[in-house]
Design a binder for this molecule. Structure first.
Ligand code: ZN
Length: 141
């Protein structure tokens, strides 16, 4: 897609530090790493959202994420954990509208945390959860 930075990187028209590549997926270093070794796993085919990818490409994305996670853990970076973050939609924090999964290696005391809203402290009643679940389950294909 024209104007898409990740499509330009896939085609080699924009620079990026590449870590891994196969016929369907590209992995690059994030230019603004949250922690040391922060990677982006990008399907080569343009799609804005995860739900636009066919099941095979979704599976490939996660397969490569696992492969890279194993590499990060075995590497001399010595990360102890991993956050797999896929921001899907502007409200979820997506900034580049070409599907990509962040692999954020975690280290003790690295200063990265998720900020929860104040209502997170309160448990939701079972009745409310069931009401919300009913709205979702009728939409599962
Ligand atoms: Zn794209």
């Amino acid at each position: 897609m024209s104007g898409c930075i990740f499509c330009a990187i896939v085609k080699g028209e924009s620079p990026a530090v590449r870590v891994y590549e196969d016929d369907k997926t590209l992995v690059i270093m994030d230019r603004k790493p949250i922690t040391n070794g922060h990677l982006l796993v990008i399907p080569k085919k343009h799609a804005e959202f995860l739900t636009e990818l066919d099941d095979e490409r979704v599976a490939e994305l996660l397969k490569v994420a696992k492969k890279m996670s194993l590499a990060l853990k075995k590497s001399k970076l010595r990360c102890k954990g991993m956050n797999y973050l896929l921001a899907d939609g502007a409200e979820a924090g997506q900034e580049v509208f070409h599907v990509h999964m962040h692999l954020i290696p975690r280290y003790r005391g690295d200063g990265f945390y998720m900020h929860m809203p104040p209502k997170y402290e309160n448990e939701t009643s079972t009745e409310d959860l069931e009401r919300i679940a009913a709205k979702i389950e009728t939409m599962v294909l």
